[in-house]
Design a protein around this ligand. Structure first.
Ligand SMILES: [Fe+2]
Ligand SMILES: [Fe+2]
Length: 139
């Protein structure tokens, strides 16, 4: 079974967001496979996490922009969850940049589990509102 295989039930029904979620899952999954196959040594394994963190940050900005445009009531709460998670992951990136050893596998597990929980708890609520907002309605 893939480490982070995408399943239809993870889709929230907003194409732009589903594509981004799926893209991040794909990156996380590929990186996990590469680690399992010992493609990276201890020195390089941390740095390959950085593009994933960049994609996560970009994705959070996309959602936050949509929330503002849709006057989403839970904007501050939802954004605070993004911010807290970004901060947590950034701490690992800082350790990587300092040359400390990080367990990339553990970080990938954290990202996968956080994302799946966040998508089903929060992004799905946001998607329901977006799909009721004229400019985001599915075409
Ligand atoms: Fe999301
Ligand atoms: Fe979100």
């Amino acid at each position: 079974m893939p480490f982070f295989g995408w399943q239809d039930k993870y889709n929230v029904g907003v194409p732009g967001l589903d594509e981004q979620h799926q893209g991040i899952a794909g990156m996380v999954n590929n990186l996990y496979d590469s680690i399992e196959q010992n493609v990276y040594d201890d020195k390089t394994v941390g740095s390959v996490l950085i593009p994933i963190v960049e994609c996560l940050k970009y994705h959070f900005q996309t959602e936050e922009k949509m929330m503002v445009e849709a006057n989403y009531e839970q904007y501050h709460y939802h954004k605070s969850l993004h911010d807290r998670f970004t901060e947590e992951i950034m701490q690992s990136v800082i350790r990587i940049k300092k040359g400390e050893k990080v367990n990339a596998r553990d970080i990938l597990i954290l990202i996968r589990d956080w994302l799946l929980n966040h998508i089903s708890e929060e992004d799905s609520k946001l998607a329901a509102v977006l799909n009721d907002t004229p400019q985001f309605k599915k075409k």
